[in-house]
Write a protein that binds this ligand. Sequence first.
Ligand code: CA
Length: 221
Amino acid sequence: MNKKILIIEDEPAIRQILSEPLKFEGYEVACAADGVEGLNAFREQAVDLVILDIMLPKLDGYRVCEMIRRESQVPVILLTALDSEDAQIKGFDKLADDYITKPFSVKLVLKRVEALLRRTSRGDENITLRYKDLSINEAERRVCVAGREVSLTRLEFEILLLLMKNIGRVFSRDDLLNLAWGYDFAGGEKGVNFHIMNLRRKLNVGYIETVRGVGYKIAKD
Ligand code: CA
């Protein structure tokens, strides 16, 4: 599958200068024109790398970078326009993976993108699954809702992981018992209801749905 790159940049000309050659190199490209739109796009799509302008309407690039970092280790390249931003940039060394000063050469950007993707590409076991504002990382045992980390019990985590891996599929209480934690769980079907209830309360999202008489699913919209 092609790697997907999200460009968050308010200037249409720069979006175009970047997106065309990236597409030509075989990347999938998504664009956003301000910080809020960018963050939403990031949360809704499985993105492999973000190119992020600093001076952005609504939410600046630093803020966006912070929010992305709370949820994910996806590589981020900051785009900066001014030398005076250099001092600030240094504070962001730990958050962003790289930065490029405008005006830039497209060749350089392509090289940096390629290098970063090579450096950060990880095995399948460390993929962050996302649905709307919810993200879950199996290897790191981390769950975030809208940038807030949520602490779950092992069983709650297993149920959520199963639902997130199978968006739109309905699981009976029995399925969840068997698949999530095996046959040795003593709580039975009532136990499943209890864990789902806690999960909903902790996540505070509306999309873990009850399918009457059948079980549970995360909606496919
Ligand atoms: Ca800008």
